[in-house]
Write a protein that binds this ligand. Structure first.
Ligand code: ADP
Length: 161
């Protein structure tokens, strides 16, 4: 078991400064973080999993301690396959808590060796979510403050702007 790998799973549809903040702070604690893009067909995503992975690979290319992959199926199975024990998640408002609590309990019950660690959002990103960025972008608002320039570019392409 490698104790210094964390898996940071999510939809990342799209990846925001809030996500990047968790990744950067996570790198202060873990040797390697695998950003694991959920290939979840049930969620109505704007970017395909392949597009999200492609964007993330470009955003993280200069950091050998970051890896980007996609996964489907049960998250804990993926975590064990990667020889990791830690799932890293971010928490924003209390509204995140109930779902995350349930998910972490479920994952731990299914696989006792896997622990979920939560990192509190930095206050300046507490309001930031992928869905709000998509909404503002779709309506023509300036999203420069919320996402890396590459993500902004790709979002504008999607919205035909
Ligand atoms: P999911 O669909 O799995 O919730 P998201 O891409 O929405 O995927 O989020 C991935 C992880 O990043 C989650 O743990 C979420 O709470 C966290 N996160 C998202 N936005 C922020 C933010 N602004 N600050 C801190 N954590 C965040």
């Amino acid at each position: 078991m490698n104790r210094h790998i964390a898996i940071y799973p999510g939809s990342f549809d799209p990846f925001t400064h809030g996500h990047m903040d968790i990744v950067k702070r996570g790198l202060e604690i873990f040797d390697t973080i695998i950003i694991a893009v959920a290939n979840n067909s049930e969620k109505n995503s704007l970017f395909t999993a392949a597009e999200r992975v492609d964007i993330l690979k470009q955003l993280t290319a200069d950091n050998p301690r970051l890896r980007v992959e996609t996964f489907d199926g049960l998250l804990v199975n993926y975590v064990v396959a990667k020889k990791a024990r830690v799932i890293l998640r971010g928490l924003r408002a209390v509204t995140d808590f109930e779902f995350e609590f349930q998910l972490a309990q479920m994952n731990h019950t299914v696989c006792q060796q896997v622990e979920t660690l939560f990192m509190m959002t930095s206050p300046k990103f507490a309001y930031l979510s992928s869905s709000i960025v998509k909404e503002v972008g779709r309506l023509g608002g300036d999203i420069s403050k919320f996402v890396p320039p590459l993500v902004k570019e790709e979002l504008l392409k999607k919205f035909g702007q």
